[in-house]
Design a protein around this ligand. Structure first.
Ligand code: PRT
Ligand code: ZN
Length: 297
C-alpha cells in the first residue's frame, strides 16, 4: 500500500508561487517542469497535481486529491453551488495560509449615488461568483439580477451589460482604472489548505499528519520571533509581561552581573518597535529580536 498523498495546486496564477514557496519552506522539494500537470517530490511522499484553482474543491470532494490549496472565495462558491451539507461532510478546512489575501466586493460606477445596500435593489450585477452574490443578496433581502460573466467583469458597467459588479479586489487598482468604487464587501478571503474528510488508510494518514505538522511548523515559525534581553532582577515580572505571546521564558544568570538576568523567549505574536520601546522603558537592555526558521511543538 502506498504512503504517498496527493496535493492539488493552482497551475499558474496568483496562488502558484506562494503555494510552491510554502512547500519549499516545509522542506518538501518538488521538481517542476513546464507544462507538466503532475510532479513528484523526491524527499517527501507527496505528488502534486497542477490544475485551475476552480477545479480544486471538486478534486478534494471526489477524493482525487487528498489535499488542496485554494482561496476561501473559490471554496465557498463551490460549497454554495453544491449541497452545502454534502460539501462539509467531504471537505475539511485545515489552515489559513497567510497569502492570497483579497476581498469579494460589490463595486459601482463612480457617479452611482450609493448610500446603502438597498440601492442595489432591481439593479443588474455582473460576477463570476453568482452563488456568493446571491447568498449575500438573500441575506440582505435585496432583489437584484445577477449576470454571470467569466472574465473582464470590471468593464461590464461601461459596456452597458450591468449596473454594478461583484469581483475580487486586492489593491483596488483595477476598480480605480475602470472608474468604479467599492461599496460593499461580501467576503474577506485568503488561501487555505483543505483536505478530503474521509479517513485515509494507515500509511497515508501518517504522511498526511506529517504534512500538516510541517505546514503548521512553517506558519508558526513565520508568525514567531525569538527574543533575547537582559532584565534587572527587580523588573523581571514587569518585563516578561510585556513580551507578546510568551508564557514560559528561559531565564539565565549573567556572568559578572548579579543584578541582571538573561531572558530568552519565543514570542508567538508580532514584536513591534513599540514593544521594544516599552521593554527599554521598563529597564530591559541588550534586546535582540530574531526570526524563527523552523518550529515543532
Ligand atoms: O486559471 P485559474 O482559474 O487557475 O486562475 P484564475 O484566473 O481564476 O485565478 P487568479 O490566479 O487570478 O487568482 C487565484 C486566487 O487568488 C483567487 O481565487 C483569489 O483567492 C486570490 N486572489 C488574491 C485574487 C486577487 N488577489 C486578485 N486581485 N484573485 C484575483 N484578483 C483579480 C481580480 O479578479 C481583479 O481582476 O485581480 C484584479 C483586482 O486586483 P487589484 O489589485 O487591482 O484590486
Ligand atoms: Zn480560476
Amino acid at each position: 500500500m502506498s504512503n504517498r498523498i496527493r496535493l492539488a495546486l493552482q497551475k499558474s496564477g496568483r496562488l502558484s508561487e506562494d503555494s510552491f514557496d510554502l512547500l519549499a519552506r516545509s522542506g518538501i522539494k518538488i521538481r517542476r517542469h513546464r507544462d507538466q500537470l503532475f510532479c513528484h517530490s523526491e524527499n517527501f511522499p507527496i505528488d502534486v497535481l497542477l490544475v485551475r484553482d476552480d477545479d480544486i474543491p471538486a478534486l478534494i470532494m471526489e477524493q482525487v486529491c487528498d489535499f488542496g490549496i485554494v482561496g476561501l472565495n473559490v471554496l465557498q462558491e463551490a460549497s454554495l453551488a453544491q449541497n452545502a451539507q454534502d460539501f462539509t461532510d467531504r471537505v475539511d478546512m485545515i489552515h489559513k495560509l497567510n497569502f492570497g489575501f483579497c476581498r469579494l466586493s460589490v463595486a459601482v460606477p463612480r457617479d452611482f449615488e450609493y448610500k446603502s445596500v438597498n440601492d442595489l435593489a432591481h439593479k443588474s450585477i455582473a460576477t463570476t461568483y453568482p452563488h456568493l452574490l446571491q447568498n449575500f443578496l438573500d441575506k440582505e433581502n435585496i432583489q437584484a439580477k445577477s449576470i454571470g460573466l467569466t472574465g473582464s467583469i470590471e468593464i461590464a458597467p461601461r459596456l452597458g451589460i450591468a449596473d454594478a459588479i461583484c469581483d475580487l479586489v486586492s489593491t483596488g487598482g483595477t476598480l480605480e482604472a475602470n472608474h468604479l468604487k467599492e461599496v460593499q464587501t461580501i467576503l474577506h478571503s485568503q488561501a487555505l489548505l483543505i483536505k478530503a474528510k474521509p479517513a485515509l488508510d494507515r500509511d497515508k494518514q501518517k504522511t498526511a499528519d506529517l504534512f500538516i505538522r510541517r505546514i503548521q511548523g512553517v506558519l508558526l515559525a513565520s508568525e514567531s520571533k525569538y527574543i533575547m534581553l537582559h532584565a534587572p532582577k527587580d523588573k523581571l515580572k514587569q518585563i516578561v509581561a510585556i513580551l507578546p505571546g510568551v508564557e514560559h521564558p528561559t531565564l539565565m544568570t549573567l556572568e559578572g552581573d548579579p543584578d541582571k538576568i538573561g531572558v530568552h523567549a519565543v514570542c508567538g505574536e508580532s514584536v513591534f518597535w513599540e514593544t521594544l520601546e516599552a521593554l527599554k522603558e521598563a529597564g530591559a537592555s541588550s534586546i535582540l529580536v530574531m526570526p524563527v526558521e523552523k518550529m515543532m511543538m
